[in-house]
Write a protein that binds this ligand. Structure first.
Ligand SMILES: [Zn+2]
Length: 270
């Protein structure tokens, strides 16, 4: 049997099951991390939505029909034009030989054959090929990835807030402080998920939980994370190789102060 012909024959039978509706016309304009969208499912495929509302998150496979299919290496310039070039199989670039897009979205609502989602990164009218559930088993808590920080500080801040909320599930004073401390530490030590970066956290459980989520530091194998429950103060001892940094949250910081004050005013080096 000729395998190439078989694949060609199979792919020719793919039919979009729906399309994306949002206000974005240009991929480059969509915020990193995606935006709100509605996915319209064709009437003949709507029975396949049965019980989909039991899921909070979905994988959406769509077809970036405007993508350049001849590009095999690219700088992820939307993230940061100063980053090096990568092969497209190591990026989520729209440009690739078969521009199949893979996006994890949060399912906000299901209504009349439409999925209201957040985190979608496709432009208005993009054909949707398939939808699959996001299961707990899809999580890799501590993967190894290249360090691709956005050039814009505010973009990075928004990314960390999104990650922190996805991990911790609520916006609270511990989350605010952990995100802002993580920004400072990333500026000092670089990649938060680095296997060499270790932290010992003293403070409340929310603060510690978010820091663990952002650093992906495990308690063991290897041991990068240590936690002591402390209701009096919040202090973190960070160490990478032989360099250390200890940051303490200033006393009497409440939620409003944690949200409003810049990073530099929230912490003291000790
Ligand atoms: Zn909390």
């Amino acid at each position: 049997m000729n395998v190439t012909k078989l694949i060609t024959s199979d792919v020719s039978t793919i039919q979009p099951i729906g399309h994306v509706e949002n206000s974005w016309q240009n991929t480059l304009a969509i915020p990193l991390g995606g935006a709100a969208a509605v996915i319209h499912i064709k009437p003949e495929y709507q029975p396949a939505l049965y019980r989909i509302s039991e899921h909070s998150h979905l994988w959406v496979l769509s077809w970036f029909d405007q993508a350049d299919r001849s590009i095999l290496r690219v700088v992820p310039s939307k993230v940061n034009p100063d980053l090096p070039e990568y092969g497209v199989f190591g990026l989520r670039s729209a440009a690739r030989p078969n521009p199949i897009a893979l996006t994890v979205v949060k399912l906000e609502k299901v209504e009349d054959g439409r999925l209201v989602v957040s985190g979608m990164d496709a432009v208005d009218g993009t054909p949707v090929l398939d939808i699959k559930p996001y299961f707990e088993a899809d999580i890799v808590f501590s993967p190894t990835t290249p360090y691709l920080p956005p050039r814009e500080y505010q973009t990075r801040k928004a990314q960390l807030y999104k990650q922190a909320l996805a991990h911790h599930g609520e916006s609270c004073v511990g989350l605010e402080l952990a995100v802002k401390m993580a920004l400072l530490v990333e500026g000092h030590f670089g990649q938060l998920q680095s296997p060499e970066l270790k932290l010992t956290v003293e403070g409340d459980a929310c603060f510690a939980d978010v820091l663990q989520g952002l650093t992906r530091a495990r308690l063991a194998n290897p041991s990068r994370f240590c936690y002591c429950d402390d209701v009096v103060h919040r202090k973190v001892y960070w160490v990478k190789n032989h360099e250390s940094l200890t940051l303490m949250v200033r006393s009497e910081i409440d939620l409003a102060a944690a949200r409003q004050l810049p990073e530099q005013e929230l912490f003291v080096k000790v």
